[in-house]
Design a protein around this ligand. Structure first.
Ligand SMILES: NC(=O)c1ccc[n+]([C@@H]2O[C@H](COP(=O)([O-])OP(=O)(O)OC[C@H]3O[C@@H](n4cnc5c(N)ncnc54)[C@H](OP(=O)(O)O)[C@@H]3O)[C@@H](O)[C@H]2O)c1
Length: 245
């Protein structure tokens, strides 16, 4: 059966790696995001790599009126329609501390915008009884810490949302997978200090494909982060609250 991936956040470095990989496997795409020139170039590249269709569509997590045209186009497609969410924003925590009004935007980009879109498309996926959802969260959502707790809170909210969506859509045969990357070498982390145990967008894309093939519910990528976060979550709060990482 033909599978068409709706990619939310198609300019993301991780999304690009995923698109290159899945295009070679013959998937089609609705590539959605804000920078239409950039996305048009990615669409052309995907078609060259083997995608039977790749269309660029406008999507802004902060503007819900951009959602309906994507939902309408998805409804017109035959076969399985899947959704992969790569949208997210991570301003410096210090900037948010200085301007609390920024919190609404961070939460909308990383959680409520994508959740609103997924909730709107869920009935179509249930009716078709096919398709997959990939939601990219972060290890930052596993425990709030000094350096990025608003971003982390957004990712925690998104992970909890995905858990519930998995519970709902699994009844119709739709697989929902939560992806928790550790640090990845992308635009989001460029210019910052070199992070330990960091990985590349290509490794994350490969791990997503492997997780989907095994119908995993939650994956960490690189895989070592599952162990690291088990240790981090086990640190008693009286000690954790004094740590400065
Ligand atoms: N890099 C890491 O270390 C790391 C670690 C864990 C999790 N993640 C997560 O991985 C995902 C992909 O990030 P990345 O590392 O590939 O970084 P990235 O290249 O900066 O990608 C972020 C994506 O989010 C999009 N976006 C932000 N706000 C948006 C909005 N309001 N509406 C629509 N799109 C919006 C960006 O679009 P524009 O190009 O239009 O800005 C871009 O496509 C994110 O969810 C991120 O939180 C990354």
């Amino acid at each position: 059966m033909t599978e068409t991936w709706i990619i939310l956040g198609a300019t993301s470095s991780i999304a690009r790696a995923f698109i290159r990989q899945e295009a070679a496997n013959g998937s089609g795409f609705l590539l959605c995001g804000r920078d239409m020139d950039d996305i048009a170039a990615t669409a052309a590249d995907a078609r060259l790599r083997g995608a039977p269709m790749a269309e660029a569509m406008a999507f802004d997590a902060r503007q819900p009126d951009t959602f309906a045209p994507i939902l309408d186009r998805a409804a017109s497609l035959s076969g399985a329609v899947s959704v992969a969410v790569f949208v997210g924003s991570m301003p410096e925590q210090a900037a948010i501390d200085a301007d609390p009004a920024m919190i609404a935007g961070v939460v909308t980009d990383s959680f409520t915008g994508p959740a609103q879109f997924l909730t709107a498309i869920a009935p179509m996926m249930e009716t078709r009884g096919a398709g997959r959802v990939v939601g990219v969260g972060s290890v930052a959502g596993d425990r709030g810490r000094l350096g990025n707790y608003v971003y982390g809170a957004s990712k925690a909210g998104f992970a909890t949302y995905l858990s519930g969506l998995r519970n709902r859509l699994g009844r119709s045969g739709v697989h929902v997978m939560t992806v928790k990357p550790g640090p990845v070498d992308t635009a989001m982390t460029w210019g910052g200090p070199k992070q330990p145990l960091s990985t590349t967008p290509e490794v994350v894309a490969r791990d997503i494909a492997r997780g989907l093939a095994k119908r995993r519910n939650v994956i960490y990528t690189a895989g070592i982060w599952r162990l690291v976060m088990a240790v981090v979550r086990a640190i008693p709060e009286p000690i954790f609250k004094k740590m400065t990482f």
